[in-house]
Structure formats: structure tokens, C-alpha cells
Design a binder for this molecule. Structure first.
Ligand code: AHR
Length: 502
């Protein structure tokens, strides 16, 4: 099968915001405790943070991490996580039926973020709390001093404010599972008033209002229209979430799921445009896709814990999906979708980062290891920042019950802002046929293949584990750039990244 197309330097989708490669750490399962934080671990730093995990997060080069939830934030008292450890309360977390020691709070997470070379994106609780707790938290985090909350931060050991730029106005407030679920109108009003107060403190912060928890929600997409009607003038982003499971049990359907992601983004981009027009506004609102991933492997295993049958364990092993090679292929397609929609999606957070539906896993008191999905994320994060380029491709496709003409080749192209490299991220969805790639590359000057990484030939259900990381990229062979054309053969069911350097 052949895939032909043209990429031209004059035809760009837009500039990719580096925060497209963000992630998420929630107080959930072992994400925090024995994930990022384990004071007794051999690699722990003086703050109790695992050095082996920090190294892997640095390898991924994650620019921003959302914290502390997720569902957790909707009943979280941020004040529980400040002050001497011994005096911090143990709380019963209703979202994940777990006991929360509060040994990690904003100070510890901020120190971790600094060590991991990432920025914080903080969420305020609009479930069980509201405007007042949000404004105190903002003052504690971002005010230099001379006020009640900022002086308390200084007494707690942090002189300078952290200057956090991005704030989420709650989490998934449309979901019946959420503590303090609201109707779109209730939430829209609350989010508006909270945003107004937060902006009165600092107009330069960026605010994210909750969109739907997924396009499967019965209130989607009216939810977005109503919420934006209330908040359009005071927010910068609307948040979307989407997880894929193995609904129909076949690979063709599974790998086509990214078409739904594309539809979802397209629909909400339309809703944003509609509200913008309705308000006669000059201002733009973008999408913060701040939870996305594959999530289904752990669902059965988690049922007893979530039903409370095991009491209130501290840091139980929840949502510990072990990802397959097949999952890595879909993750590659999802990232390509974000790149192709980089004009409207400015921020995206792979959910989550460590242990909980995550690219990085840890063994308590043991090793840290890379899941299969680590690699497509790694390549995009490292080489996918710059200008997203248009690249229409002629290639056969297939249809599923929910998507028409899903191309066998999924591709995105980025011109790097760091070194001018032109990078193609590719997935061959075909189960048996190789794809002969033939892309005309115009307006970029002389080029040669400088990097070629391939994930191919693994069983679809192959996984990594603490003792073996066999589902990993290899150097590709045979990719050639000659007379202005990139040619390569993509193996069936494979992921590939090819870079053309100057
Ligand atoms: O990431 C796991 C959970 O998924 C988050 O807590 C919630 O926001 C979403 O439903």
C-alpha cells in the first residue's frame, strides 16, 4: 500500500504550545506515595522524592504537571497539606476511597516540580468548596508577602511565591461521580465568580473552565455552550477529558478511536466559535485537553477497592494499567491528533504521570520502569515542539461503526523551533500490509535523515514490566531523503518517528 503527500514550509497549522506535552499527578493510588514520593527509597532526595522517577520525568521533558486532581480535588482542603508533617490531618478521600496522609502538599509538590524541571498547573476545589478557598490558595501560592496567607507560606519555609500561571476551576463538574457535581448553570455561575475573584488578585493568570468529562456525557455539548456563556470573558481555556477503552474488542476499532478525539475537538472548537460570535468578542478561548489516555486494563481489579470493600487504605494500587504495544499505537495516534489540532488545543496532559494510568511505573522500595506508551510521548515531547505543518496524505482507509475513512497511515509533521529539524510521527494501522511512504518535502532546503526510531514487530498484547522493557524503540532502517522526497517502508502495526535535519 502506498501513502503519498506533500509538506510545504509555507503551509502551517500553527505554533505548538510546548504545554501540549503536559501530564498530571493526582492524589490517587500510588501516584504520589511510592510514586513521586517515597522518603525511604534508595534514590530519595532530602525532600523524600524518588530520584529515579525524577530522572524519567526529565527524560520525558514534561513542561507542565496538573495537580492535585482530578476527582480528588473536589473534596480537598489545600490547607491540610501545609505546616509540620506531624500535625497534618489524615483525611478520608471520598473520590478514591483511600486514606490521605497529607504528607505531600503544595510545598512538597512544588519542590518536586522544580527538581523534575516542570511547571505546576494547579486545580482549585469547586466541588465541596468554592470562591473563598480558591482565593486563599491563590494568595498563599502567588503573593509575595505582607498578607495572612502569603506570610503563612513564608513561615512554612517558602519565602518567594511560586508564581503559578495556570489554574483549573475545579474538575469534571458535570460528572455524577464528582463530589459536589453541578448543573452547567450552577457551575457556570460559580466558575465565573471564582474566576472574577482570582483575576482581581492577578489578571495575568490563565484560567481553565471545566468542559465535559467526555463526549459520552448526556449533557455534552450543551454543557460547554452553557458554561462558556457564563465564563467566556474571564477564562482562557476550556478543559476536555477523554479515555479510551477496548469497547468492541478488536484492534481496527481500537486504533480508530483517535477519530473520536478529533471529532470531540472539532465540536468544541465550534462551540467556542459560536459563543465568541454570540458575545461579539475579540478574545480567543482555547482547549486544555488536560486528561487523556487509554484506560481499561485495571478497571475490574479496582472495583473492590473503589466500592470500599477494603476499607480506607493509604496509597492502594489503583488504576495501575499495564500498557500493551497496541496501546502505544493508539497513544501515537492521539498525540498526532493533538498536533494536527494545535491551532485550538494549546495544553494537553497525559493522564497520568506515575503509577496511575501512567507512562512511568514504580515498585515500592524497588525499580522505576517505562511502559510501552512512554515512547510515543517521549518522541513527541522531545521533537514535536515548533510549527505543526499541514500534511494531507493520500492513503486507503477503513470504516468502523463510529468513524468513516480512517486512514491506515496516521501522521503529523512538526518543524522544530529548537533546531529546525522536520519530524514526522507515523502510525501504520494496517494489520498485515506495509505502507510505502512517499512524501514530497518542499521549501525546507537540503535535508537528510538524521533520526529514525521504530516500534514494530511486537505482539499486540506485549507489555513491559519492572524486569524487562522489551517493547521499546529500535533504530529504523531504509528511510531515505532524496530529490526532495522522503521514502520509507512502514511495517504493519508500527509506530515510527523520522527526523530530517539540515
Ligand atoms: O485520571 C483519573 C480520573 O479520571 C480523574 O481523577 C478524573 O478527573 C477522571 O475521571
Amino acid at each position: 500500500m502506498r501513502a503519498t503527500g506533500t509538506v510545504h514550509s509555507a503551509y502551517a497549522i500553527g505554533r505548538i504550545d510546548g504545554r501540549l506535552y503536559g501530564s498530571f499527578v493526582e492524589h490517587l493510588g500510588r501516584a504520589v506515595y511510592t510514586g513521586i514520593y517515597e522518603p525511604e527509597h534508595a534514590t530519595a532526595d532530602e525532600k523524600g522524592m524518588r530520584g529515579d522517577v525524577i530522572d524519567l520525568v526529565r527524560e520525558l521533558d514534561v513542561p507542565i504537571v496538573r495537580y492535585p486532581g482530578g476527582n480528588f480535588v473536589s473534596a480537598y482542603n489545600w490547607e491540610d497539606g501545609i505546616g509540620p508533617l506531624a500535625e497534618r490531618p489524615v483525611r478520608l478521600d471520598l473520590a478514591w476511597h483511600s486514606a490521605e496522609s497529607n504528607h505531600v502538599g503544595i510545598h512538597e509538590f512544588a519542590d518536586w516540580a522544580e527538581a523534575a524541571g516542570t511547571e505546576m498547573m494547579l486545580a482549585v476545589n469547586l466541588g465541596s468548596r468554592g470562591l473563598d478557598a480558591a482565593r486563599s490558595f491563590l494568595e498563599y501560592v502567588n503573593h509575595p508577602g505582607g498578607s495572612q496567607w502569603s506570610d503563612l507560606r513564608r513561615r512554612n519555609g517558602r519565602e518567594d511565591p511560586w508564581g503559578v500561571k495556570m489554574w483549573c476551576l475545579g474538575n469534571e463538574m458535570d460528572g455524577p461521580w464528582q463530589i459536589g457535581q453541578k448543573t452547567a448553570a450552577e457551575y457556570g455561575r460559580l466558575a465565573f465568580e471564582t474566576a472574577k475573584a482570582m483575576r482581581a488578585f492577578d489578571p495575568s493568570i490563565e484560567l481553565v473552565v471545566c468542559g465535559s468529562s467526555s463526549p459520552r456525557m448526556p449533557t455534552y455539548p450543551d454543557w460547554e455552550a452553557t458554561v462558556l456563556d457564563y465564563t467566556y470573558d474571564v477564562v482562557d481555556y476550556i478543559s476536555l477529558h477523554l479515555y479510551f477503552d477496548y469497547e468492541t474488542g478488536n484492534t481496527a476499532d481500537f486504533l480508530a478511536e483517535s477519530a473520536r478525539l478529533d471529532d470531540y475537538i472539532g465540536t468544541i472548537a465550534g462551540v467556542i466559535a459560536y459563543i465568541k460570535a454570540k458575545k461579539r468578542s475579540q478574545k480567543d478561548v482555547y482547549i486544555s485537553f488536560d486528561e487523556w489516555n487509554v484506560w481499561y486494563h485495571s478497571r475490574e481489579a479496582d472495583k473492590a477497592l473503589l466500592a470500599g470493600q477494603d476499607g480506607w487504605p493509604h496509597a492502594p494500587a489503583l488504576l495501575e494499567d499495564v500498557y500493551t504495544f497496541e496501546d502505544a499505537l493508539l497513544v501515537g495516534c492521539m498525540i498526532n491528533t493533538f498536533i494536527r489540532r494545535a491551532d485550538v488545543v494549546k495544553v494537553a496532559c497525559l493522564a497520568q504521570l506515575v503509577n496511575v494510568i501512567a507512562p512511568i511505573m514504580t515498585v515500592a522500595d524497588g525499580t522505576a520502569w517505562r511502559q510501552t506508551i512512554f515512547y510515543p510521548f517521549l518522541f513527541a515531547s522531545r521533537y514535536g515542539r515548533g510549527r505543526a505543518l499541514k500534511l494531507p496524505v493520500e492513503v486507503p482507509g477503513y470504516s468502523t461503526a463510529f468513524a468513516k475513512d480512517v486512514p491506515y497511515l496516521d501522521v503529523s509533521a512538526v518543524e522544530s523551533e529548537a533546531d529546525g529539524g522536520l519530524t514526522f510521527f507515523l502510525v501504520n494501522r494496517h494489520p498485515e500490509e506495509a505502507i510505502e511512504l512517499d512524501i514530497a518535502v518542499e521549501g525546507f532546503g537540503a535535508r537528510r535523515v538524521t533520526m529514525d526510531k521504530v516500534m514494530a514487530g511486537h505482539g499486540l498484547k506485549a507489555t513491559n514490566g519492572p524486569d524487562s522493557e522489551t517493547v521499546a524503540p529500535q533504530d529504523g532502517a531504509g528511510a531515505l531523503f532524496s530529490e526532495g522526497r522522503l521514502k520509507a517502508t512502514m511495517a504493519p502495526l508500527s509506530y515510527r518517528m523520522i527526523r530530517l535535519g539540515a
